[in-house]
Design a protein around this ligand. Structure first.
Ligand code: ZN
Length: 248
């Protein structure tokens, strides 16, 4: 009985779930983070790059509409895709649906399937509210709530902090595996995501520095590629994946 009473005191809801209020606070903070980034970085004006990432996110969202009953439909308007001019091979997600892609990442991808693999990973970070969870864990909900609407310097400070700490491995793995399954469900070959992990595993440190997302897990890239390929065997009946025709 005592054990049971003890168990009941554990705030399971806090551990496994963040509520709508927290998600709202996260979203507002995500918008502020994007504002701060936008002021420091150069937005890409290359039509081909913008078209490419927009189209891939369009396709992924649109195709989830065909999987009714799975509860996995993605709304295109929930994702705000930005391309910034930066050589580092990187992409990262922020609350509020902001998905930031470096031009260096687009250049590094050898096929649209590889780029779709990175995008699907980041889209799962967004749908699963991973960054809000990370913020609440590391900054604290009280602090986060109090700095929403505050000045840009605090936002930049939090950004610096976020980029200096690694993502949880468990969140990365969730983004990989759910992202790969998302690709499978929309008939895009998840092998592209695994191929990109192989590429990251062989990337010299200097090319991958300052990465907010991918660098933190760089040493594991080989294992991640293996895990994705392993998981892909269980994604359901063999599919004939459509070749992406997006003007790559
Ligand atoms: Zn990630």
């Amino acid at each position: 009985m005592a054990i049971y009473a003890g168990l009941k005191e554990i705030p399971w809801k806090k551990i496994f779930h963040i509520d709508d209020v927290n998600i709202e606070i996260g979203k507002e903070f995500g918008d502020q983070m994007w504002d701060a980034i936008q002021q420091q970085e150069t937005l890409d004006t290359n039509e081909r790059n913008i078209h490419l990432v927009d189209t891939l996110v369009d396709i992924i969202c649109l195709q989830t509409g065909g999987n009714k009953g799975k509860g996995n439909q993605l709304k295109r308007e929930d994702f705000k895709v930005h391309v910034i001019v930066k050589d580092q091979v990187n992409a990262f997600a922020m609350p509020g649906g902001h998905l930031v892609v470096h031009t260096g990442l687009i250049e590094a991808c050898e096929s649209p399937e590889q780029l779709a693999g990175v995008l699907a990973h980041e889209m799962i970070h967004i749908t699963e509210e991973h960054v809000t969870k990370k913020l609440i864990k590391e900054v604290g909900l009280g602090v986060l709530a109090s700095i929403v609407g505050g000045n840009g310097e605090i936002v930049r400070e939090v950004l610096r902090h976020l980029s200096s700490t690694a993502y949880d491995r468990s969140l990365e793995k969730e983004a990989d595996l759910k992202g790969a399954e998302l690709l499978h469900n929309v008939s895009i070959n998840p092998e592209g995501m695994a191929e990109f992990m192989d590429y990251m595993a062989n990337l010299p440190e200097s090319k991958a520095m300052e990465n907010l997302d991918w660098l933190s897990t760089h040493p594991d890239s080989k294992d991640r590629a293996k895990d994705i390929r392993e998981a892909a065997k269980n994604f359901g009946p063999n599919k004939k994946y459509a070749k992406l025709n997006v003007g790559f």
